[in-house]
Design a protein around this ligand. Structure first.
Ligand code: NAI
Length: 347
């Protein structure tokens, strides 16, 4: 059953339930002004319906900004399933697929936390409005290498702005999180001659990455305070906060993690310390560009993705230039510049 609820500042909010499979979840469409709302499906053990609703609304708004920053003809949406991902069943996923189908293409889903390409294939049995598939004519597969390429491009733009050079040889980068994106970012940085200091809560991944990239390991609780020009958060959100910011020694923050700032005020804390912060949803937009090629059924994937990545770099350059001119945080400038793309056109 799919039931419409009201939500401030969002176009649509739906509760999705299915007694037979035990599915309970939500779908939020923040904005379809630029195109169909696109954003992943997350499964998480929320404490309450209120917590699930707050998350889906916040995440769908974030997708509007991320898609607009990447200049994609897509709006912002998101879906959540309440529950531990280990309790996921095919019947649950198919019920969510049927709910997505009833929205008739106003919302497109893909993987987020707790979901895999195999899960997307299950959903695809009920709806065509699903991306992030491993096989099929437009399948986009793992977006992480493209996300890493976008972060790498952004990092070089930031390096130029903060340190006046874009040559990475001899530059030290501290990378937090060596997962799908972090590992590929390390590969690109290593190839460009950067010196790497790495941390991950997974000891095996840390050891492997240090061997792969001739890198030094750091304590996972102190990686943010490493002596380095660049700090790259590529693990979890909220790692830039009132506790960690005073301890940072890097002059540039360039990473893939979503929601790196614990609060909006943390952008001002970074600016006050002269630390250049690259807005996360612009830096990590490569992943959604990769998924968009599947949603939009792009025939010439590689050049299309490359052109969008270039455009994302131009947007980052513009945001940093405006921020420098106004002596403001790039995070706030990004919200203003990208927010304008989401406003209804006059006339
Ligand atoms: P992942 O789950 O593959 O990798 C995360 C890594 O961080 C894991 O190796 C994990 O052990 C490590 N980790 C977890 N907590 C940590 C901590 N406190 N300190 C150090 N390491 C820790 O995730 P993935 O796909 O690489 O994504 C990384 C970040 O980038 C996430 O925040 C994700 O939301 C974001 N992102 C990912 C995209 C993609 O294409 N995969 C696209 C856009 C954003």
């Amino acid at each position: 059953m799919i039931t419409r609820l009201s939500a401030p500042h969002h176009e649509e909010l739906w509760r999705v339930t299915d007694d037979a499979s035990g599915l309970r979840g939500y779908i939020a469409l923040h904005s379809t002004r630029l195109g169909p709302a696109a954003g992943g499906l997350r499964m998480r053990a929320y404490d309450s319906d209120e917590a699930a609703i707050a998350d889906v609304l916040n995440l769908s708004r974030g997708m509007s900004f991320k898609n607009a920053a990447a200049d994609l003809p897509l709006g912002g949406g998101k879906a959540v399933i309440m529950g531990d991902p280990r309790t996921k069943t095919p019947a649950m996923l198919r019920a969510m697929g049927r709910a997505i189908e009833t929205l008739q293409g106003r919302y497109w889903t893909a993987e987020d936390m707790g979901m895999s390409p195999a899960d997307m294939a299950e959903i695809a049995r009920e709806t065509r409005y699903v991306a992030g598939l491993d096989s099929g004519p437009f399948a986009s597969g793992d977006p992480s290498p493209v996300t890493a390429q976008g972060v790498f491009n952004a990092l070089k733009i930031g390096l130029k702005q903060r340190y006046g050079r874009d040559d990475l040889s001899g530059t030290t980068v501290a990378v937090q999180g060596l997962g799908h994106v972090g590992w590929h970012l390390c590969r690109l940085l290593h190839e460009a001659g950067a010196r790497l200091i790495l941390a991950d809560t997974d000891a095996a991944k840390l050891a492997q990455s240090c061997a792969d990239f001739d890198a030094t390991a750091a304590d996972v609780t102190r990686i943010h305070a490493t002596e380095a020009e660049v700090f790259a958060p590529c693990a979890i959100g909220g790692t830039l906060n009132a506790t960690t910011i005073p301890e940072l020694r890097a002059g540039l923050i360039a990473g893939a993690a979503n929601n790196q700032l614990a609060t909006p005020e943390d952008a001002d804390r970074l600016a006050a310390r002269g630390i250049l912060y690259l807005p996360d949803y612009v830096a990590n937009g490569g992943g959604i560009i990769n998924v968009a090629a599947e949603i939009l059924r792009i025939e010439t994937r590689a050049p299309w993705v490359a052109a969008r990545l270039d455009a994302l770099g131009t947007t980052m350059t513009r945001i940093l230039a405006h921020a420098a001119a106004k002596d403001a945080s790039p995070a706030h400038l990004a919200d203003t510049i990208i927010g304008e793309r989401l406003l209804p056109r006059a006339g």
